[in-house]
Design a protein around this ligand. Structure first.
Ligand SMILES: [Zn+2]
Length: 119
């Protein structure tokens, strides 16, 4: 259900950005969706088609890139990308370091606009 709020915020951000550049319309919005964000692209697309009506994004297309989860050791900064193969053991051992300082999620948790195509 939070796809509605996220889609609303994406459209508003895109329109604000387009207006800064005096754009007449938005052709495309490219999104990066983190695997851990639990956002379903089809849902975003569904709300997008409703919310874009009567805005400068009315004819805009959505494009998605799914971003994998990346974790980091807060001490030595080692990074590892989580894949379906290693994802079950999501712990500090995965980083291959001896710090035992826990893990920090640095990517894959957000929904971001990568770029917008305007004219
Ligand atoms: Zn470490």
């Amino acid at each position: 259900m939070h796809e509605l709020a996220i889609t609303d915020s994406i459209i508003k951000q895109a329109i604000t950005e387009a207006q800064k550049h005096n754009a007449q319309r938005i052709n495309k919005i490219k999104l990066k969706i983190g695997v851990a964000s639990a956002i379903i692209p089809n849902c975003v697309e569904f709300y997008f088609d409703i919310l874009k009506k009567n805005t400068i994004a009315e004819n805009a297309k959505l494009d998605f890139e799914i971003v994998p989860i990346v974790i980091k050791c807060p001490q030595c900064q080692s990074q590892v990308q989580i894949t379906p193969e290693n994802g079950e053991k999501l712990n500090s051992k995965l980083l291959g370091c001896e710090c035992n300082a826990g893990i920090e999620l640095i990517e894959g948790n957000d929904v971001l606009i990568e770029y917008i195509d305007i004219e």
